[in-house]
Design a protein around this ligand. Sequence first.
Ligand SMILES: [Zn+2]
Ligand SMILES: [Zn+2]
Ligand SMILES: [Zn+2]
Length: 251
Amino acid sequence: MLIRLLGTGNAAQIPVFGCDCRVCARARVDERYRRRPSSAEIVTSMGRYLLDAGRTDLAQWLDPSVLRGVILTHYHMDHVEGLFHLRWGPLAPIPVYGPPDETGADDLFTHPGCFDFSHQLTPYEPTVISQELTVTPIPLKHSRLCFGYVLEGRRESVAYLSDCDGVGPRSLDTLQRAKPKAVIVDCTYPPGMGRNHFSLDRALEFAATLAAPRVYLTHIGHGLEQHLIDHPLPLEGPVSVASDGMTLSVE
Ligand SMILES: [Zn+2]
Ligand SMILES: [Zn+2]
Ligand SMILES: [Zn+2]
């Protein structure tokens, strides 16, 4: 299967509305530097799954005939906003897998449209979504009930950990046992800044404890991007910054 990152920005996105910093100015003239809100797509031979749906333009290009489900990390608006538009499609119920958050986001639960939000997942319990995809929810430290996921193909796995400001001992143990070939992890802020999300120093420290061969930073804010222009990550190291459109394959 493939995991395609469609949105690697934080809620502010890049460019940030009204901001003329060099990062936002660059993204306004060069599409490659844009960062949209958290969204990803898991492509399997039996259909596709959204992994978060923060982008509001999904209806313009997502093929409804292959959409088999949605997997949500949490109900902060920058991860679910796209569902507000998609839900009115005349489609058979599409399962939405996610944390047991009683309030969800705004009126999604009272007016679910084509989405079936009843598929609440249990922490640490592997759930078979299809023959090609098993997901294990990993509770993350964040300002709202939030799951990361170990996404398991037939032989390999990848961990998707957004939004995150650390994990408890059981989550860490589960991640270490899973031995993911790659970790995609929240890194919103420059070193020493922010809360509820990793800053660069804390993200790197956390990633080192997982010893994954590859680490991709996501949920990137413009302040971090400014920092990275002046202090780029070492090219030969395991850590790199994700970008919108980046694709990982998982056997
Ligand atoms: Zn800016
Ligand atoms: Zn969040
Ligand atoms: Zn977020």
